[in-house]
Design a binder for this molecule. Structure first.
Ligand code: NI
Length: 185
């Protein structure tokens, strides 16, 4: 089932998500619905707050960022109760976008390497390290479950310039071809 994606301006995007247990009601279906919703919206990651659930869960599929012959570079994974324990390496810029903030893309600087602990969809615990584009998607989605957005990483001047556009997005004045829930409509 395709779920509506919450747009910028909704307070749920600013909340720190709650940890969940493996008994969380409808978890399997929720994860499947999130994948369906993400693929439909042509995203490479989706976090639970974006579908109106304030919990520590996000999914990614960074294989979608690679060409056919290098698909194994990417990762399709579910992250439950994630904790980033370390970010190292050089800051590098990458043009990020967000399904909750359609039509805006900006260069964001983040560290190259990330260490993360999480549970997968079978509630198996993992401690893993990622680099490059997969690390990037994880960092972006992890931000969502702690109430942060990629625009928070921009310089104040840049963020100021986006104010008008962001306000329009929250009012639903934006061209988007997937289902959204706008807070100011
Ligand atoms: Ni996002």
């Amino acid at each position: 089932m395709i779920l509506p994606i919450v747009a910028y301006g909704d307070p749920i995007l600013r909340k720190v998500g709650a940890e969940i247990t493996k008994d969380y009601p409808g978890l399997e279906k929720l994860i499947d619905d999130m994948y369906e919703t993400m693929v439909k919206a042509k995203g490479v990651g989706l976090a639970a707050p974006q579908i109106n659930k304030s919990i520590k869960l996000f999914i990614i599929d960074s294989t979608r960022m690679y060409d056919e012959e290098e698909k194994n570079e990417g990762l399709k994974e579910v992250f439950i109760n994630p904790v980033i324990t370390k970010e190292t390496g050089d800051d590098w810029p990458y043009e990020e976008g967000c399904l909750s903030i359609p039509s805006i893309r900006e260069d964001v600087y983040r560290k190259d390497k990330v260490k993360i602990e999480y549970y997968d969809r079978a509630f198996k615990h993992h401690k893993r390290e990622f680099t490059g584009l997969t690390a990037r998607v994880i960092q972006h989605e992890y931000d969502h479950v702690i109430g942060k957005l990629f625009i928070d990483h921009l310089k104040p001047l840049k963020k100021n310039l986006l104010k008008g556009k962001l306000d329009k997005i929250s009012k639903g004045i934006v061209d988007v071809d997937y289902k959204m829930k706008f807070p100011k409509v």
